[in-house]
Design a protein around this ligand. Structure first.
Ligand code: F6P
Length: 364
């Protein structure tokens, strides 16, 4: 399509806004600030060591443990600063929560406060930075309560503990061979590719649809001994392929960068699983509900896919803390529903399972 016929992200937002004649424009301004943050992070990621070396002249970045107990990389710190700085000044946000900050981020007093809450993981999959594999940013927009908006008071943790069904918008940026912004404002899912010449996100994927059926799954199989029985059964049946109960062969992928996996699934279907397991009793799952599971769940559901804990739809879960972890399964609707069904059925691990029996993939 010639450039002259392409839509920018700005045009997409303006046309979406026409559905709400009373809208103030704050929401669009917020999304454009988020998009600007993503462009800045895309540049920082693209410069890799060159960029980090330059920033470190001004002092050390990273090396600290974040609230998750994970070592922050310089790009984690830079990305978090970019997100907070670009979204704190415009008067659209009442407060923010980030994977990289223990508590709620208050809008500094010199800036006006707004009616939205922004929740984000500024750099997801950051263990992939050193190996030059795709990473991304994930964000979720919630409404601040009337009381917050009217009083302009500091926001608290409780203000953010809203189920995923309350999200006004969610999306992610993927820093891969091309930079993409994938966004849902509650009317399907649109994908924008960053035009490096113009520095603009251009609408390239007007309506993502996740195919209902799939033959590809993604899971960190090194955790297989900790999985719950329904997940063992599902993976086992996928591995059994044509000769097993599913009657078809499956392919497997694991990028260890959820944004990249979500994008693959949005594009061609599949299922992603990071279920709750017995590996560490203090962690009921690996992924974080507010800024990983909920926004990706919203995107999947808006694209006709499904997202679940295995037991319940992810978007219905009432959060109990900012950095709460949760088991997550998402992707092609029929596959996710199959896993949910296995959670409701009594499971027996087949003795001739290729995964768990004597002659299996993971046993000698
Ligand atoms: O922080 C989340 C994350 O990096 C996801 O992007 C990814 O899916 C997962 O962790 C990778 O986990 P693991 O290290 O177990 O493969």
């Amino acid at each position: 399509m010639p450039l002259s016929q392409r839509f920018t992200l700005t045009r997409y937002l303006i046309e979406q806004r026409r559905r709400f004649p009373d809208a103030s424009g704050d929401f669009n301004a917020l999304i454009l600030d988020v998009a600007l943050a993503c462009k800045a992070i895309a540049r920082a990621v693209a410069f890799g060591e060159l960029g980090i070396a330059a920033s470190q002249q001004g002092g050390d970045l990273g090396g600290n443990l974040n609230v998750q107990g994970e070592t922050q990389k310089p790009l984690d710190v830079i990305s978090n600063q970019v997100f907070t700085r670009m979204n704190e000044w415009g008067g659209h946000c009442a407060g923010m929560v980030s994977e990289e900050m223990d508590g709620v981020y208050q809008i500094p007093s010199q800036h006006p406060r707004g009616k939205y809450l922004l929740v984000f993981d500024p750099l997801d999959g950051s263990s992939n930075i050193d190996v030059n594999v795709s990473v991304g940013s994930i964000f979720s927009v919630l409404r601040a309560s009337q009381d917050v908006v009217e009083s302009g008071r500091d926001v608290t943790e409780a203000d953010f503990l809203q189920p995923g069904t309350q999200q006004v918008a969610a999306g992610y940026a993927l820093y891969g061979p091309t930079t993409m912004l994938v966004l849902s404002v509650g009317d399907g899912v649109a994908g924008f590719t960053l035009d490096p010449n113009l520095g603009e996100f251009m609408l390239t994927h007007p309506r993502f649809r996740v195919p209902a059926d799939a033959q590809e799954f993604a899971i960190n199989a090194s955790n297989s001994r900790f999985w719950e029985a329904p997940i063992k059964r599902y993976v086992d049946e996928c591995l059994a392929g044509k000769t097993g109960p599913r009657g078809k062969d499956f392919n497997m992928r694991w990028i260890a960068s959820m944004v990249a996996e979500a994008h693959r699934i949005l594009t061609r279907g599949g299922v992603f699983m990071y279920p709750s397991d017995t590996k560490d009793a203090s962690k009921p799952g690996r992924l974080r509900l507010l800024y990983e599971a909920n926004p990706i769940g919203f995107i999947m559901e808006q694209a006709g896919g499904r997202a679940s804990t295995g037991r319940h739809p992810i978007l219905g879960v009432h959060p109990t803390s900012l950095h709460q972890r949760i088991g997550l399964v998402f992707g092609s609707k029929n596959e996710v529903e199959c896993i949910e069904r296995y959670y409701t059925e009594p499971t027996k691990i087949e003795l001739n399972s290729p995964l768990f029996a004597e002659r299996s993939l993971f046993h000698d």
